[in-house]
Write a protein that binds this ligand. Structure first.
Ligand code: ZN
Length: 492
């Protein structure tokens, strides 16, 4: 819509590196009541935006022009795009139109609780949620219930409205406050924590208020409702690297499976680790629940399943998509998408390069460097053992080894000759890595079956639902260890 939006748009679209820092807030009873009231208004406002936006989306999709636009082949990119953007324009289905909508909806008493700029970020949020539905990436939007409430609200600038400030404090150390309306919420700052002091030395892009339910109302820092408040600062720059995560120069091959990760550096010790081991004990219960849902789904949509109840095949997308579809269950449980994102960011921030090896063309999981043969392994086969004399070696570790010595300059195509010398040094390391994993399993850690560790009394599984690797990474000159030990990145 008008030009006036283009300048408002800029702050959120500039692509400077960004990281986050979260600090707990101290709020007294009066502040808690006011925060609760503001967030409640925010919730109602967000729901109103969703509801109005949903009407726009429905009307737009009901327009015959929508079907016409959909019928334009994807090869005619420009025409397709033009048709859709004309529709979006006329039905007001765009981020800017939602900002206007927010302006219209933010009236009288609402305005006392909700600053214009926060209303705008809520409008962007509602638009993004609806746009996912529009693009077929989500089935529906989620209205915020009164009981769960709005758990966060954010600004998009740091000079007005809700913002974080540092002021001179006791012992020569600055004290930080989140300012919102007339309240000043003190942040608990541990200046001795290098992560905190590093973060606060950087420019703040904007602040986000986060409300989380504490385990009980008696939990430290919780208010009477059992809720805790935090400020998340979105900062310009790179996150802190703890000194123990010194940046190395080795090249590391990674084989990421849905349940395990094989890490094989060219030089150092190799490792085979399960992903999200702490989540696994519940896996059976979750699986039971999912099977129940699955049965219900089959009953409701019989046309998507063949006569044996198997889902009908769909076209495969990129490797990761295919991987996600194939191993949906274990992928969901172990969230490798987040891991990959984290890996990508970490490698980038240490000055390394992350090469994602195309699994379909490289087929490292089938390759044998001894004879150069590509032999597909059934999923239940955890070991690489070739008549030519290579192996036995755990297949994920072997793939990671192959990845570590790939040459991106040679299109990541493996050749027998390049592996002869590396293999001499690596074989023992790979066996040792598997040995250590076996040892941890004996000590009681639950390991996924794909790691090829025999369990006492367990029959040999041959179920195709068990998963192995599909994605391979080659990370050169970057220390990959860092992401493993650092806490999860805070979610947006
Ligand atoms: Zn061979």
């Amino acid at each position: 819509m008008g030009n006036k939006h283009t300048e408002e748009r800029k702050p959120s679209r500039t692509k400077t590196p960004t990281f986050q820092l979260e600090l707990p807030l101290v709020a007294d009873a009066g502040q808690v009541a006011r925060l609760g009231a503001h967030l409640e208004v925010g919730r109602q406002f967000y729901n109103a935006l969703l509801s109005a936006g949903q009407r726009r989306l429905r009307r737009m999709r009901a327009d015959p022009a929508w079907q016409v636009a959909r019928a334009i082949p994807r090869t005619q990119k420009q025409e397709r795009r033009a048709a859709f953007s004309a529709l979006r324009e006329s039905y007001g289905f765009s981020e800017y139109a939602f900002h206007d909508l927010a302006k219209a909806l933010r009236v009288s008493w609402l305005a006392e609780h909700l600053d214009a700029v926060l209303a705008q970020t809520l409008a962007s949020r509602a638009y993004r949620a609806l746009n996912r539905v529009c693009l077929g990436k989500a089935r529906r939007v989620r209205f915020k219930s009164k009981s769960r409430g709005l758990s966060s609200i954010q600004n998009k600038r740091s000079d007005t409205s809700m913002r974080f400030v540092l002021e001179p404090g006791a012992a020569g150390r600055p004290q930080g406050y989140l300012l919102w309306h007339h309240d000043r919420l003190r942040a608990l700052i541990d200046w001795d924590d290098p992560v905190v002091s590093h973060g606060l030395a950087h420019e703040i892009k904007y602040a986000r208020l986060v409300r989380r339910r504490a385990s009980s109302s008696r939990a430290q820092g919780a208010d009477r409702e059992g809720e805790r408040y935090f400020v998340q600062l979105v900062l310009t720059g790179q996150p802190h690297h703890k000194p123990r995560h010194t940046i190395g120069t080795d090249t590391i091959g990674l084989d990421l499976g849905p349940q395990s990760l094989a890490i094989v550096p060219r030089q150092a010790e190799a490792r085979l680790v399960p992903l999200c081991a702490e989540l696994r004990p519940d896996a059976q219960a979750i699986r039971r629940l999912q099977r129940k849902m699955d049965r219900q789904r089959r009953a409701a949509n019989p046309e998507h399943y063949d006569d044996k109840g198997r889902p009908k095949k769909r076209a495969k997308g990129i490797a990761y998509k295919a991987w996600q579809k194939r191993y949906g269950r274990s992928v969901g449980r172990c969230a490798p998408g987040m891991l990959i994102d984290h890996l990508r960011r970490t490698v980038a921030s240490t000055g390394g390069t992350l090469h994602e090896v195309p699994t379909r063309t490289t087929k490292l999981s089938q390759y044998c460097h001894g004879c150069g043969a590509f032999v597909p392994k059934p999923l239940w086969q955890r070991w690489h053992q070739c008549p030519c004399g290579v192996g036995p070696v755990q297949r994920d570790l072997y793939s990671a080894f192959l990845a570590a010595f790939l040459d991106p300059a040679a299109d990541c195509i493996p050749s027998c000759a390049q592996y002869v010398i590396p293999w001499e040094g690596a074989e023992a390391r790979l066996l040792a890595a598997h040995e250590r994993a076996t040892q941890r399993a004996k000590e009681g850690q639950v390991m996924p079956r794909s790691m090829g560790i025999p369990r006492a009394g367990a029959r040999l599984p041959k179920s195709p639902s068990e998963a192995t690797q599909e994605l391979l990474f080659l990370s050169s000159r970057g220390k990959v260890e860092a992401w493993k030990h650092r806490p999860e990145p805070s979610r947006l």
